[in-house]
Each structure stands twice: as structure tokens, then as C-alpha cells.
Design a protein around this ligand. Structure first.
Ligand code: ATP
Ligand code: MG
Length: 329
């Protein structure tokens, strides 16, 4: 039996090149080496308020982007988290074995809770639900961006704690980061990771941005006080542009150095924008074709849920038995 892969993306905004390079593209690359499950984690999205109509539309949009990026629904299961109730069920059971201090320590929680008058409990519980998403399928590998490393570590801690309290139950999930593109930074704030939920108009390149918009955003990216690329003294903005280029082109380091060393920032930005726009074009084309047939998309999501539910339900049954909860004889 092939090892299982699980990963997810929240329907919280426009998917951007960070989501693509950090997660989605790698799912596509490794999907056939594993039994793969890719999830639109809508229960995670509502940890902060989402406009209901917009959220519903986004879920379909993201499903369309999974397909457009190359997820093969004949091989990989694509699911919407809330259509498989076992995610929420297991999350409760894991809540009961998790010390609250582990959750307060999460840097993403601290960053999101900072300066808020009230903080929804969902923001604190988020990594617990994420642990449930992964452990539910006994996933061996979780391909994510670097920002999720701490949450993955927590998932392993929770699994270990459950296993030691109730006996060996969960597979320990391993984190898989891409070598380039694991942490794409915001174009306007290169000291912060690019995020769907960030506010700035020039913060992120969305996967569906047209070439003119991609160019405009990249031309406005923050650089530094140097006039041209110097690999020894460059600031985080220039480093970010170069790593975006490298992630899309897959050029080796030496080629990057010889091509870009001494290049003026205006030319650098034009080159990067061109690479990004050209790389996204086929995906955008496929996306338009896929979205022309909403019934096809719904069918794939329904079939995905039907395929994974037996796995999810059987894990919940085992967990119930281990914990002594009622199960039919
Ligand atoms: P939000 O701001 O709503 O949290 P997000 O951009 O962080 O949105 P998520 O849905 O939380 O996106 O994450 C989906 C996947 O994309 C995860 O695997 C995450 O690690 C990855 N990812 C998110 N941002 C980046 C980034 N800037 N660079 C690389 N990978 C990223
Ligand atoms: Mg995020």
C-alpha cells in the first residue's frame, strides 16, 4: 500500500504564488507517488469571519484552481473539509488530550491574536483541527509551506501524546517543504510572508491576476537602496524577487548568479514579472475551461468525500474504542 499524503488550503482569499510554490505545485509533483488527499479547509476559514456568499464562491474557485494546477481527480481525492464530519469529530477528541499551553505557544496564534480586543476560540483551536485533518487519514507526509512547520510539529506532539495515553493509534506525519519557494514574502513587506488575508493591494500576485496586473504589482515591489543586484548585500525584497524567479524557472544557483548579478532593479522586476506571467498562463487558461462546467466540479468534490469518508470514519471508530467512548458491539 502506498503511503498517504494530506494537505489543505483555506478558502480565505485569492490564492497567490506563495500558496502555489509552497504547496499546490508540490502536491501536483508528488501526487502519483502517494495516495493523495487534497482538502479545501473551509472549517479553518471561518476561524475569522467570512462573508457567507463569498466563502461559498471561493470554495469552488479553489477547487477549480486545484484542477487547473494539475491535481488529477482520477488519482487524488479532492475534498471540502466540512463535507466530511469526522474532521470536527476527531478534533474534539484531540482537544481533550492537548494541553492548552501548547496552543498558546503557536506563533501564528500570537500574531493573529495580537492587538485584537476579543479573540475567537477558533483561532486558538486552529492547529488542533489541523492535527485532526492530518491524523484522521493516517497521513505519512504533509507537503506545506514553511509557515506551517510549527503546526506540523504540534500535530506530531498531539499524536504522540494520544499514542502514549491510549496505545499506538496514529501514524507520525512528516513535514515536506519545497527547496525553493517554501516562504514567499509579501511584495510590499518583504519581512512578512505573503498571505491571502493580508490587506495591501500590491502585497501578493494572485494566481488569476492578468499579465498587466502581475507586471504592475511586481514593478512596485519593495527593494532596497542598491541600484542593482548584488548577491552579497541584497535586502529581503530583492532576495524574494530572485527566489520567486528561481522557483518558477527551476534554474540552478550558478545560472541565477550569472544571469542576475549586476542587473538593475527595473530590469530585474521586468524579468521576474515576465517569468511569473508566462508560467501562470496555462493554469489560467485551464481554470477558465474548468469553471465553465460547475456540475463537473461539484461531482469531483462529492466523489472525493465518498472516497475518503470510510478512511476517516474508521479512524474515528478506532479512536472512540481506544478512549472508551460508546461504540456498537
Ligand atoms: P491566510 O492568510 O488566510 O492564512 P495563506 O496565504 O497563509 O492564507 P493558507 O491557506 O493558510 O494560506 O495556506 C495554504 C498553504 O500555502 C499552506 O501549505 C501554507 O504553508 C502555504 N503558504 C501560505 N503562504 C505561503 C507563502 N507565503 N510561501 C509559501 N507557502 C505558503
Ligand atoms: Mg495561512
Amino acid at each position: 500500500m502506498r503511503a498517504r499524503v494530506f494537505s489543505g488550503i483555506q478558502p480565505t482569499g485569492n490564492l497567490h504564488i506563495g500558496n502555489y510554490l509552497g504547496a499546490l505545485r508540490n502536491w501536483v509533483k508528488i501526487q502519483y507517488d502517494y495516495e493523495s488527499i487534497f482538502c479545501i479547509v473551509d472549517l479553518h476559514a471561518v476561524t475569522v469571519y467570512q462573508d457567507p456568499a463569498e466563502l461559498q464562491a471561493r470554495i469552488r474557485e479553489i477547487a477549480g484552481l486545484f484542477l487547473a494546477a494539475g491535481i488529477d481527480p482520477k488519482h487524488s481525492a479532492m475534498i471540502v473539509q466540512s463535507t466530511v464530519p469526522a474532521h470536527a469529530e476527531l478534533a474534539w477528541m484531540l482537544t481533550c488530550v492537548t494541553p492548552i499551553g501548547w496552543l498558546y505557544r503557536m506563533t501564528q496564534f500570537k500574531a493573529r491574536a495580537d492587538n485584537q480586543e476579543t479573540v475567537g476560540d477558533g483561532l486558538l483551536q486552529y492547529p488542533l483541527l489541523m492535527a485532526a485533518d492530518i491524523l484522521l487519514y493516517q497521513a505519512a507526509l504533509v507537503p506545506v509551506g514553511d509557515d506551517q512547520s510549527q503546526h506540523l510539529e504540534l500535530a506530531r506532539d498531539i499524536a504522540q501524546r494520544f499514542n502514549s495515553m491510549y496505545g499506538d493509534t496514529f501514524v507520525m506525519p512528516e513535514t515536506r517543504l519545497p527547496t525553493v519557494g517554501a516562504r514567499v514574502m509579501g511584495l510590499d513587506e518583504p519581512d512578512k510572508k505573503m498571505s491571502k488575508s493580508a490587506a495591501g493591494a500590491n502585497h501578493a500576485v494572485a494566481l488569476l491576476d492578468d499579465p498587466a496586473l502581475i507586471r504592475r504589482k511586481i514593478m512596485r515591489a519593495t527593494t532596497d537602496s542598491n541600484p542593482a543586484v548584488d548577491f552579497d548585500t541584497m535586502g529581503p525584497g530583492v532576495e524574494n524577487l530572485l527566489s520567486i524567479f528561481q522557483a518558477f524557472s527551476e534554474w540552478p544557483d550558478e545560472q541565477m548568479k550569472s544571469h542576475f548579478a549586476g542587473m538593475r532593479y527595473g530590469d530585474l522586476k521586468k524579468t521576474v514579472a515576465e517569468m511569473v506571467a508566462t508560467s501562470l498562463e496555462p493554469l489560467q487558461q485551464r481554470y477558465r475551461e474548468i469553471m465553465a462546467d460547475p456540475a463537473y466540479l461539484d461531482g469531483i468534490l462529492r466523489e472525493g468525500a465518498e472516497r475518503v469518508s470510510p478512511i476517516a470514519n474508521s479512524t474515528v471508530e478506532v479512536v472512540k474504542k481506544r478512549m472508551g467512548l460508546y461504540t456498537r458491539a
